[in-house]
Design a protein around this ligand. Structure first.
Ligand SMILES: C[S@@+](CC[C@H](N)C(=O)[O-])C[C@H]1O[C@@H](n2cnc3c(N)ncnc32)[C@H](O)[C@@H]1O
Length: 394
C-alpha cells in the first residue's frame, strides 16, 4: 500500500505490476524514507515538477490523478503524508488544520500536491537533495575550433537567440558560432557589466557590436572601412555604418554606448590600457599574413588593461597545406604565444575529429549550411576561437 500511495503522491500515477514487484523485492518496513527519496530524485518526478513550475502542466489526466490521490485515505491522512514525504517532517497543527480546511472547502488533492511541490519549503529541500538533478552535461569550452556541440548547450543557445541568429541545427554556421562564442566567453569570464569597455578590431558592422552595446558600458568598433570589403562578399567593411550605424542594427540597441571609427587594426589610435576587452572576429587573417595578424594581436594586447581579456577568432587550416588568409596550427600557436598574454585554457584542436561532416565547398556554393568546416580547392579550414588574458604587471 505504501509503494502504491507514494507513486500517486510523488509520481502522479499508479505503479505497473513490474515496478511494484521491483520496489517490493528489497523493501522492509521502515524503508519508507529511502523509497520516497528515490522517487523524489527520479527524472520522472523532475518532469512532473517542471511541468507544474513552467505552467506547461503534467502529462496525466486530472480526473484519474485525483482519483488516485483519493485512495490515500481521509483528508487528514492525506495532508499528513504530504508533509512527511514532501517536507520530510510531521505536519504542524496550524498547517494541518489549514489544508484539511481547504480540502473540505473544495481544493482538489491534485492542486494541494502541486502547491506543496512548488512551495518554498519543498524547493529548498529539493535543491538540497537533488542540486544537479535535471542538469544535462554541456560543452562549455572557450578556446576551441568551431564546435557543433555548442548547439546542445541551452545557455549558449539562449545567447545565440538573443543575437537574433537562426537557431535550427541545420543553419549551423561559423559566423553564428563566433558571435555567440564571444558573448558566451565574455559572460563566463564575468565581462558583461556596465563598467566594462570593449574595442572590436576589423569590426565591420557585425551584429554582436549592437548586442554588446546592450550588455556593457562602452563599445568601440574599428575597421578600415575601405577597399574590396565595401562591395564584395557580405560587404562587411561598408563605410556607411560610420555615419548611420542604426541602419545596420539587427535589433534595438543603446546607441549612446556604441561608436565606430576608421582605424587600422595594426596601429590602433588609443593609449595603452584603454579597454577591458579587445576582440576581433574573422578579420586578422586579412591584415597581411602572419605579420599583420601578429601586429593586430599585439595592438589589442597594448590597448587592453592588465588583467583584461583579448578574444580572437581566425581561420585554422585542417588540411596541412599553406593557404592565403588562413593559418596553419603552428602559426596559430605563434600568434597567441605573445609576451604577457596567456590563453585562459588550452585550445581544443580535436573538435573536427569528433564529428562526421562534409566540408562546404566554397568554390561551388559558399552559402550552404551547416557551414562549420569549409574547403577551397585542397585546403580545408574552420574557425578557431581563443580567449587570452593580459597578465598583471604587463
Ligand atoms: C571578413 S570581414 C569581418 C567583419 C566582422 N568582424 C564580421 O565578423 O562580420 C573582415 C573585416 O576586416 C576589415 N579589415 C581588413 N583589413 C583591416 C585592417 N588592416 N585593419 C582593420 N580592419 C581591416 C575589413 O574592412 C572587413 O570589415
Amino acid at each position: 500500500m505504501f509503494v502504491r500511495e507514494a507513486f500517486w503522491l510523488i509520481l502522479a500515477r499508479q505503479p505497473s505490476d513490474t515496478e511494484l514487484r521491483d520496489q517490493l523485492r528489497n523493501y522492509t518496513p521502515g524503508d519508507e524514507r529511502t523509497v520516497v527519496l528515490r522517487f523524489l530524485s527520479s527524472p520522472e518526478f523532475r518532469l512532473v515538477r517542471d511541468g507544474w513550475a513552467t505552467g506547461r502542466g503534467i502529462d496525466k489526466a486530472p480526473a484519474v490523478h485525483e482519483e488516485g490521490l483519493g485512495t490515500l485515505g481521509s483528508d487528514e491522512r492525506f495532508v499528513r503524508l504530504a508533509y512527511t514525504w514532501l517536507f520530510d517532517r510531521d505536519a504542524d497543527e496550524g498547517g494541518l488544520t489549514h489544508y484539511v480546511g481547504e480540502l473540505s472547502a473544495g481544493l482538489s488533492r491534485v492542486n494541494l500536491t502541486r502547491r506543496f511541490v512548488l512551495s518554498d519549503e519543498f524547493t529548498r529541500r529539493y535543491q538540497e537533495i537533488s542540486p544537479e538533478g535535471g542538469l544535462i552535461p554541456r560543452d562549455v569550452q572557450l578556446c576551441e575550433l568551431a564546435n557543433p556541440a555548442k548547439w546542445d548547450n541551452p545557455e549558449w543557445m539562449d545567447l545565440l537567440r538573443s543575437l537574433v541568429l537562426p537557431d535550427h541545427k541545420i543553419a549551423m554556421h561559423r559566423k553564428a558560432y563566433e558571435f555567440t562564442q564571444l558573448a558566451f566567453g565574455l559572460s563566463r569570464l564575468g565581462y558583461l557589466r556596465d563598467d566594462v569597455s570593449v574595442v572590436s578590431v576589423g569590426a565591420g558592422h557585425e551584429c554582436v557590436l549592437y548586442w554588446l552595446a546592450n550588455h556593457v558600458g562602452r563599445v568601440v568598433a574599428t575597421d578600415m572601412y575601405e577597399g574590396v570589403w565595401q562591395s564584395e562578399m557580405a560587404q562587411e567593411g561598408d563605410a556607411k555604418v560610420l555615419k548611420r550605424p542604426e541602419d545596420y542594427a539587427p535589433f534595438p540597441y543603446r546607441a549612446d554606448r556604441l561608436s565606430f571609427f576608421r582605424m587600422d587594426g595594426r596601429k590602433l589610435d588609443f593609449p595603452d590600457a584603454t579597454f577591458d576587452v579587445a576582440y576581433s572576429l574573422s578579420s586578422i587573417e586579412h591584415f597581411g599574413g602572419l605579420d599583420g595578424a601578429r601586429d593586430a594581436v599585439d595592438e589589442m594586447a597594448r590597448v587592453v588593461r592588465p588583467g583584461g581579456v583579448i578574444a580572437v577568432a581566425t581561420e585554422y587550416i585542417l588540411s596541412n597545406a599553406p593557404y592565403h588568409e588562413a593559418f596553419l596550427p603552428v602559426q596559430i600557436h605563434t600568434l597567441f604565444d605573445r609576451p604577457g598574454l596567456r590563453l585562459v585554457e588550452p585550445i581544443d584542436e580535436r573538435v573536427c575529429d569528433r564529428y562526421h561532416y562534409a566540408a562546404v565547398d566554397l568554390q561551388k556554393n559558399r552559402h550552404q549550411t551547416p557551414h562549420m568546416v569549409v574547403r577551397d580547392g585542397d585546403t580545408v579550414f574552420t574557425s578557431v576561437m581563443a580567449f587570452l588574458t593580459k597578465e598583471m604587471g604587463q
